[in-house]
Design a protein around this ligand. Structure first.
Ligand code: GRF
Length: 204
């Protein structure tokens, strides 16, 4: 049986979930995706999951638009537990997760953010980096805490910002690194290599 039993939450295309599936299938990551939940009914992440035989379903998060709270949060925790998940992966999940979910999976919720945190938390961070005039941008995989994109950092990868970049070209370059960074961070977790000391995550 795989070491990590993953529950993946997403809202969009699911390319990060795909990178995790690919790493598992190549034998580079000792994990199994037990369940995929999307807060958007027709999110492509659900199709991708089904193509790989992974249980996947829409999670109605109404009435809230930007957070996972109340009955939807309770349902989410129930579904993840019933599926046997021990680790929750936020793979392009466009909602703030609240303390109840974090308490249900302590230090077991990971997020990917398309910026070199702590710079540019929140949405459209690649556009923020471009508009700021940054010469490098990148991606961060981190443990989730009660703040927004603020938990202890596990893995970061850099990309150059090129003279003729648009938000789209920069985001595409960052996404290539996302697809390396997320499986890498999860492989460290699966191997028991991550030691969290305050804000610092040591990879031993
Ligand atoms: C990624 O850029 C991720 O960093 C951000 O949302 C996007 C999701 O992409 N949080 P995908 O659904 O994994 O393709």
């Amino acid at each position: 049986m795989a070491t990590l039993k993953l529950g993946v939450l997403g809202s969009g295309s699911g390319s990060n979930m795909q990178s995790i599936v690919d790493a598992i299938e190549k034998g580079e990551l000792d994990a199994e995706i037990k369940l995929v939940l999307a807060d958007v009914k027709d999110a492509y992440i659900l199709e991708r999951a089904k193509k790989h035989g992974i249980p996947a379903q829409w999670l109605d998060c109404a009435p809230w638009k930007t957070k996972l709270e109340g009955p939807a949060e309770d349902r989410c925790i129930e579904l993840l537990r019933d599926a046997g998940c021990d680790t929750v992966v936020l793979a392009g999940f466009m909602r703030i997760v609240k303390p109840k979910l974090l308490a249900a999976f302590p230090m077991r919720v990971l997020n990917i953010h398309p910026a070199l945190l702590p710079a540019f938390p929140g949405v459209h961070s690649w556009t923020q980096a471009l508009d700021y005039g940054c010469k490098v941008a990148g991606v961060t995989v981190h443990f989730v805490d009660a703040g927004t994109d603020s938990g202890p950092i596990i893995v970061q990868k850099c990309v150059p910002v090129l003279e003729d970049d648009t938000p789209e070209t920069l985001h595409a370059r960052i996404q290539v690194q996302e697809h390396i960074a997320f499986p890498e961070a999860l492989a460290h977790l699966a191997a028991g290599r991550l030691k969290v000391e305050g804000r610092r995550v040591r990879i031993g």
